[in-house]
Ligand binder design. Structure first.
Ligand SMILES: Nc1nc2c(ncn2[C@@H]2O[C@H](COP(=O)(O)OP(=O)(O)OP(=O)(O)O)[C@@H](O)[C@H]2O)c(=O)[nH]1
Length: 493
């Protein structure tokens, strides 16, 4: 992930602090020095780094800290607060108003990911029940029309653009007019990519803005852009009224500090982040969880939300079974499908406390994905009797010929099928232990608790063994399970 290297260095500086026996001025300065160097080397503007350093120094006076207060904890809190201040300006982001016509204009540098992001944004709102439409006012780049049109048709969102009209102002106005008449609630206007030096294109951007009078202008920033981005951001900000920011390509491996500096220049809130090329690779941005994730502190609430959002009706019926201690191979298959929907393993793992964004390398990620797919492929070769048996492992053990048949069908070795059945047995035992849990306390809470334990312990089984051992094995994950349960309880109380 972009900023992954920075995250690792920041968290290693803070980890080092927790190993020191005495926290004195020298240790404090060393830690702060490491943090500042990491930020500078990630391309964060020197002015911002200097300000962060001064603020941290000012907020912490080691000699005045009362006895009994945890100095390490205090330093960590202040550093987190200052990192948050780099990108959070306590400005409430603009939000569209339901049952009204909201016009949103996208601007940004060439290739920053505007067209893709317009579609992701439209798709996000469409999925949340909004009547959305897309307008292509990029008449500059050959292919922009086709790209947005194709994107729009993939996600089934109405689209307006023109092959013949070369004036983007006219296209934007026509598109907005048509969709306004049709009572669309969110009209999204994509514009050409432009650079600070292109004065005429900047004038054109202003003209579009003046003619369609958008309710919000979103500036799209490519996270992998270097220091120069700050200048461009300033140019955009001085020309049009940027209301919010979307940072794209946060799934890449660039330094990312340039984008942080550009965000600081605009002083506009980040509303979403792009984490891949697919339309679903789009997340609502929340500063604190983002910084926590960067520092390897995790994002338990984010993980919890992700898990809960996957609770389809199907899944709920599984929970009811699980509550009674039933867990079939088909249940396991469906849970693997759910796990795949959660996004990349790396992204999920970075939400776990103690595991930074760079924890899982691309290689490890591929190995874990391959392992999961292989297990699903084995289960694809099972018949309904095997998949739906209330104790699939018992069935296989009593009829060993089934192992060979499934192995042949899936094109894997006998050992692979046996391994899968062993894993299934482990989940099965876990479910049995949960039998009767609903007798205690709040039913809903217990269901969530089961759900949490199920998915988190499955993670320990699904991740490549090499990666799992980095994580301190299954026991390393157990503290995460506890935190997830705590989070679930706090959330419900
Ligand atoms: N990995 C990754 N790629 C992205 C993301 N967002 C966009 N892209 C890719 O970035 C490239 C450029 O995206 P576009 O949407 O065409 O960019 P644009 O800003 O509209 O381009 P111009 O119109 O030339 O300014 C495409 O290959 C996209 O698939 C993201 O979040 N992650």
């Amino acid at each position: 992930m972009v900023l992954g290297d920075l995250g690792q260095r920041l968290s290693s500086a803070l980890r080092q602090l927790s190993k020191e026996t005495v926290i004195n001025e020298k240790v404090f300065d060393d830690t702060l020095g490491k943090i500042c160097r990491a930020l500078l080397e990630a391309d964060v503007n020197i002015r911002l780094v200097k300000r962060l350093r001064e603020n941290v120094k000012q907020a912490i006076n080691l000699e005045e800290i009362a006895v009994g207060l945890n100095k390490r904890q205090l330093i960590l809190q202040v550093v987190i607060k200052e990192l948050i201040r780099l990108i959070d300006f306590e400005v409430k982001p603009w939000e569209p108003v339901k049952n009204k016509c909201n016009i949103v204009m996208f601007v940004g540098l060439q290739g920053s990911g505007k067209t893709t992001t317009c579609t992701k944004y439209a798709y996000y709102y469409m999925k949340h029940g909004w009547k959305t439409a897309l307008v292509c006012a990029d008449t500059f780049r050959a292919g922009a029309f086709d790209q947005l049109q194709q994107n729009a048709s993939k996600v089934r969102i109405p689209f307006y653009g023109s092959y013949t009209e070369s004036d983007p102002v006219v296209v934007a106005m026509n598109g907005v007019e048509i969709f306004r008449k049709d009572k669309f609630e969110l009209i999204i206007v994509d514009t050409s990519g432009r650079h600070a030096q292109e004065e005429s294109l900047f004038e054109e951007m202003l003209e579009i803005s003046n003619s369609i009078k958008p309710d919000n202008i979103i500036f799209v920033i490519d996270a992998s852009i270097g220091q120069a981005c700050e200048l461009h951001a300033q140019a955009f900000k001085s020309k049009v009224d940027i209301g919010s920011i979307i940072v794209t390509k946060l799934d890449g491996h660039a330094k990312g500090g340039g984008a942080l500096s550009a965000i600081a220049t605009t002083k506009s809130p980040i509303i979403f982040i792009g984490t891949g090329e697919y339309f679903d690779d789009f997340e609502v941005f929340k500063t604190k969880p983002f910084i926590d994730k960067l520092l390897g502190i995790g994002d338990i609430q984010g993980l919890y939300d992700k898990i809960i959002s996957l609770n389809s009706e199907h899944d709920k019926s599984f929970i009811i079974n699980a509550k009674d201690g039933q867990f079939t191979l088909r249940n396991m298959y469906e849970q693997f499908q759910n796990f795949m929907k959660m996004g990349s393993f790396g992204q999920v793992i970075s939400m776990i406390p103690g595991f930074g964004t760079e924890f899982m390398s691309k290689n490890d990620e591929q190995k874990s994905q391959a392992r999961l797919k292989k297990m699903m492929c084995i289960m694809d070769s099972m018949n309904d009797i095997e998949l739906d048996h209330i104790d699939g492992a018992k069935l296989f053990k009593s009829q060993p010929g089934r192992y060979t048949r499934v192995a042949n069908g899936a094109g894997v070795s006998l050992c692979d099928v046996k391994d899968l059945i062993v894993q299934y047995s482990q989940f099965y035992k876990m479910m049995e232990r949960m039998k009767g849990l609903s007798k205690f306390g709040n039913m809903q809470r217990n269901i969530n608790s089961i759900n949490m334990q199920r998915i988190t312990s499955q993670m320990s089984e699904l991740i490549d063994p090499g990666v799992l051992s980095h994580m301190g094995g299954t026991s390393g994950l157990s503290s995460m399970i506890r935190q997830l349960q705590q989070s679930s309880r706090t959330d419900r109380s």
